[in-house]
Structures are given as C-alpha cells and as structure tokens.
Design a protein around this ligand. Structure first.
Ligand SMILES: NC(=O)c1ccc[n+]([C@@H]2O[C@H](COP(=O)([O-])OP(=O)(O)OC[C@H]3O[C@@H](n4cnc5c(N)ncnc54)[C@H](O)[C@@H]3O)[C@@H](O)[C@H]2O)c1
Length: 274
C-alpha cells in the first residue's frame, strides 16, 4: 500500500547488498511512497552485482562510495544532488561490519587493527556522512537522517562482540551531530534499534539462529522484519515526524522493555526438567 508520504523527496540510501538487506527493503518502500534516490554501496560490495537489479526496479542511479572515505562521500553527495536535481531530504545509513566477528575473534581477544576498521566502517562513517552533507549544505530544511542500530549498545549480548561498542558509538554520533544539524539546518537525526534480522550482516553474528528465536519468543509482537524497519524508516523520512530527533527508536516488537515472557520461561523450564 502506498500513502505517497515521500512524494517529491530526494535521498541517498546506503547499504543495499541483496534482497534481504534492510536498505533494499527500504529502497523499495521509499520508491513506492514516491521518493527518488541514489543508491550507494562500497565498491567491493557492488561487484556482486545485485544492486543493479534494485536500481532498475526503482529507477535509481548507483554511485559507489566507501563510507570510510571522505573523498568518496564528497563525490557521492555532489553527484547525487546533480542526478536528483536538488538538495537532499532523506539519508539512510545502513552499514555495519566487524572483522573480528568475521574472523571469529572473541571479544577478549581482539585484533585492534580489525577493531579500528570495524569502528570506522560501522560508526565513524555515520559522522563522515553527516559532516560531508553538513559542509556541502546538501540537506533541505526538515530533512531526515536515519542510522540503524541494535540493542547491544545498551545491554550485553556476548556474541555481538565489538559491534556492541560500534553501535553505542553510532547512537552517540546521532545525538551529537543531531544537535548541530537540528540547530543549524533544521535536519533531524535518529537511529532505529532493530530486532535481529536475517541478513548477511545479521547472520554473521555467532549463534544468530538462537539469538533470533529467543528475541522472537521474548517480544509480545514478535521480531520486527526488514520490511517493518523499512516502513518505520519511511515514517521517519516523512513530514509526519518533523520534530522527532536525537532519538534511538526501538523497532523490536517490544523486546527492549521485556524481562521474561511465558514462552521463554516454558522453554527454560522444559529444558531444566530434561
Ligand atoms: N540484521 C540484523 O540483525 C540487524 C539488527 C540491528 C541492526 N542492524 C544494522 O542494520 C544495518 C544494515 O545491515 P543489514 O542487516 O541490512 O545487513 P547487510 O549485510 O545487508 O548490509 C550491510 C551493508 O553494509 C555495507 N558496507 C560494509 N562496509 C561498507 C563500507 N566501507 N562502505 C559502504 N558500505 C559498506 C555492505 O556492503 C552492506 O550492504 C547495519 O548497520 C546493521 O548493523 C542489523
């Protein structure tokens, strides 16, 4: 269903890798709601080729950019305004990667070169994206910038590894930069804290299957899907949420306020009896 919530709005969407990506679903929904945008991803991710399909489907152009490179970001922002024919109204930062997670390094046995790279990609890139937009005067007033987070920023999920620290950093950048973007340019900045979701990045977390099943059983409304996240993001890009800013917003079926659910209790009791 379309409500035309983003008619006439222009944006940049980072991080659509394949059809499971949260950014992929968001691009599809933004397109349905009448928004136009440029798609971007790291040059290495684009070699896999699937993003072309999304571009075709949504009538979008693709500009490669490594989100850790300010030069790439400057080029992206400049070209996006040219392609879209004006300043930007919405930006989705949907980027995350930990080399320690990928290589199976335990949190207590980090390779710090990997830690630093992961922080740069997953958190500092959010600052770099915003600083580039800010300096280029690229955002329209009442524009909206969204980053994607996870509750490991607040609570312990042991296997989330150094991504937990990266998410805490990401959420802090949203507040700190959001202050200046709000004051100086009337632009809002928020993060959505999303349920575990079966994507390439999500499935990389050790024990992901247990993780996702547990969260689902804990949440009164069940896990939020990638499409749920896309819909929430559309609402944050729309004019219906103009004064929502500096927030970390949970899209998690209620998980973040749960202590225990009956289903989890029952499963636990059943396993104790064995
Ligand atoms: N999947 C989950 O369980 C979950 C839960 C909460 C939050 N998130 C967050 O959602 C966001 C999107 O992840 P996803 O789950 O859709 O997985 P995904 O793997 O589909 O997307 C991650 C994207 O980051 C991109 N990326 C990596 N390095 C980059 C770089 N240097 N420059 C530009 N892009 C780069 C990848 O190419 C990929 O497109 C991430 O921030 C992730 O941490 C995911």
């Amino acid at each position: 269903m379309s409500y035309n919530l983003l008619k006439g709005k222009r944006g940049i969407i980072f991080g659509a890798l394949d059809e499971n990506s949260i950014a992929w679903k968001t691009a599809e929904r933004v397109h349905e709601e009448g928004g136009t945008f440029v798609l971007t991803n790291a040059p290495v991710a684009m070699r896999m080729g699937q993003i072309n399909e999304l571009a075709e489907k949504t009538g979008s152009q693709i500009i490669p950019a490594d989100a850790t490179s300010v030069e790439d970001l400057q080029n992206l922002v400049e070209k996006s305004m040219e392609i879209l024919g004006g300043k930007i109204d919405f930006v989705l930062h949907s980027i995350g990667m930990s080399i320690n997670v990928r290589k199976g390094n335990h949190y207590t046995d980090q390779n710090y070169a990997y830690t630093q790279k992961g922080t740069d990609v997953s958190a500092m890139s959010f600052h770099k994206v915003m600083q580039t937009l800010y300096k280029a005067e690229a955002m329209n007033e009442w524009g909206s910038i969204v980053g994607l987070s996870y509750m490991a920023a607040q609570r312990v999920f042991p296997d989330y590894n150094d991504m937990a620290d990266n998410k805490a950093y990401l959420e802090s950048v949203a507040r700190s930069f959001g202050y200046f973007f709000g004051k100086d340019k009337k632009v809002r900045v928020n993060t959505i804290s999303q349920s575990p979701t079966p994507t390439t990045a999500g499935s990389g977390v050790k024990g992901f299957d247990g993780f996702i099943a547990y969260a689902d059983k804990m949440s009164p409304l069940g896990n939020a899907t990638a499409l749920d996240c896309a819909n929430y993001t559309v609402s944050l890009f729309s004019d219906l949420t103009k004064r929502v800013t500096l927030q970390n917003l949970y899209n998690d079926g209620g998980f973040s306020n749960m202590g225990v659910s009956n289903e989890v209790m029952e499963a636990f009791v059943a396993s104790e009896k064995k």
